[in-house]
Design a protein around this ligand. Structure first.
Ligand SMILES: [Zn+2]
Ligand SMILES: [Zn+2]
Length: 365
C-alpha cells in the first residue's frame, strides 16, 4: 500500500471520531486520489465541504485544499484555503490530511463571524478613509462586531451580535455609548433595529404571494452602514430655519434642557431643528389648513416618511410639483402636536396687542 492509500485509510477510520461535526463524503484511491469531507458547526450557515487532493510529490509537497460552501463567501473560502495550505506545509514529509481537516473545523468553530465575512470587509472599506482600527472590532468568541460611528466630535458605539441562524435571523443590535443628544440616540437605536428587522421579515402590507416569496437578506452591513452615515451627517446638518449647524461643535456645549431654544429636535420629515427656531417658525403665518410644512430646501435622505408614507415596493414618495423641490412634509413631532387653529388665534392676539400698543403710542405723540 502506497503512502497516499495508507493516509486515506487513516482518514476513513479516524476523521469522524477525531474531527468534531465532520462527515466523510468520499475517500477515493486510484489514479486521482481524493478525500471529501463535510464540516458544519451547529449553524445553518457555518458549513463547508473540504476537498483534499494529493500532488505527485506528496507528502514532500503540501496537500491541495479546495473549499466549497453554499453559504460562506468565496472570498472567505479562498482565504481559508490559503491558510490551510500554509498549515499543511508545517507537516511536509508526513501525512497532512487530518491536520488540515482539524484546522478547518477549529477555524470555523472559533470564528463564528465568518458568516458575515463579506459584510465586514465592506464595512472596513467604508471606514478606511478615517479609520483607526478601534472603530471596528471583532469579538469572535462572543460573535459580536463592535462599531463606533463618528461625526466630528460625536460618536455612537454599538454591539452587533450575530445569532446562530444568521442571516435568516437578523443581527441583534445593542447601543453601548454615545455623546449625541438622547433624541438622536433613540432614533439611531430604533431605526437600525428596524432596518435589521426589515431584512428578515416580509413587509406586512404586501399580499400573500409576495410574503411567501420573501427571502431574508444579510442585515449586518445594512444596519451598521445606516449608523455610520447618520452619525457622520448629524455633525454637519444645518437647521432649515437659521441655516446654522444644528449641533454645537463641542459635545460639551449640547443643550440638554428641552425648554431651551438651542435644544435639538428631530421631526417626522427627518430634519433637525433648533427648538427655538422651530417654535418661532410655527408661530408665524401663513397657517395652511393642512398644517405647517417643513421649509428645508430638500427631502431628508433618512426621512421617516420614506419608510411609512412610501409605497410597499420601497419606492421613495415622489415630491409633488408644487413643493418647488422643498421638503414640504407636514411638521409633526410626538412631543408637541402642531395645532394650526391655536397658532392662528395666538398670532391674531399678538397682532391685536401690537395694534393696541401702536394706538397708545400714536395717542401719546
Ligand atoms: Zn436654528
Ligand atoms: Zn423636512
Amino acid at each position: 500500500m502506497g503512502i497516499i492509500e495508507y493516509e486515506i485509510e487513516e482518514i476513513r477510520k479516524l476523521c469522524e471520531n477525531t474531527v468534531p461535526n465532520s462527515k466523510i463524503i468520499a475517500c477515493l484511491c486510484g489514479d486521482s486520489p481524493l478525500v471529501r469531507v463535510d464540516i458544519h458547526d451547529n449553524s445553518l450557515h457555518r458549513q463547508l465541504t473540504v476537498c483534499l487532493r494529493f500532488p505527485p510529490e506528496y507528502p514532500n509537497d503540501s496537500i491541495l485544499v479546495e473549499l466549497k460552501s453554499r453559504t460562506l463567501s468565496l472570498k472567505f473560502l479562498d482565504s481559508l484555503a490559503r491558510l490551510c495550505e500554509k498549515h499543511a506545509r508545517q507537516h511536509l514529509g508526513k501525512p497532512q490530511g487530518l491536520h488540515v481537516l482539524r484546522f478547518v473545523q477549529q477555524y470555523i468553530h472559533e470564528n463564528p463571524l465568518c458568516v458575515c465575512f463579506d459584510e465586514i470587509q465592506e464595512l472596513r472599506r467604508d471606514l478606511s478613509a478615517n479609520a483607526t482600527p478601534d472603530l471596528l472590532k471583532l469579538k469572535q468568541r462572543h460573535s459580536i462586531v463592535q462599531l463606533t460611528a463618528k461625526g466630528g466630535e460625536y460618536y455612537y458605539k454599538l454591539n452587533a451580535y450575530i445569532p446562530n441562524e444568521y442571516p435568516k435571523q437578523g443581527v441583534q443590535l445593542q447601543q453601548q455609548e454615545s455623546n449625541l443628544p438622547p433624541i438622536l440616540v433613540r432614533y439611531l437605536n430604533g431605526q437600525s433595529c428596524e432596518i435589521a428587522r426589515q431584512c428578515v421579515e416580509p413587509p406586512l402590507r404586501v399580499d400573500k404571494n409576495d410574503q411567501a416569496a420573501f427571502q431574508p437578506v444579510p442585515s449586518l452591513y445594512r444596519a451598521l452602514k445606516f449608523c455610520l452615515e447618520a452619525t457622520s451627517d448629524f455633525d454637519v446638518e444645518l437647521c432649515p430655519i437659521c441655516d446654522k449647524k444644528v449641533l454645537p461643535k463641542e459635545p460639551s456645549q449640547l443643550e440638554l434642557d428641552d425648554t431651551k431654544d438651542a435644544f435639538v429636535e428631530r421631526v417626522y420629515c427627518g430634519h433637525l431643528f433648533h427648538q427655538g427656531c422651530l417654535k418661532h417658525y410655527l408661530q408665524q403665518p401663513p397657517f395652511p389648513k393642512s398644517g405647517k410644512l417643513c421649509p428645508a430646501k430638500r427631502r431628508h435622505p433618512r426621512s421617516d416618511a420614506k419608510f411609512y408614507v412610501g409605497s410597499a415596493s420601497g419606492r421613495q414618495p415622489t415630491v409633488s410639483a408644487d413643493t418647488g423641490g422643498r421638503c414640504s412634509i407636514r411638521l409633526a413631532h410626538d412631543r408637541w402636536v402642531v395645532n394650526v387653529k391655536l397658532a392662528e388665534s395666538r398670532w391674531a392676539q399678538k397682532q391685536a396687542r401690537e395694534r393696541e400698543l401702536q394706538e397708545v403710542l400714536d395717542f401719546l405723540k
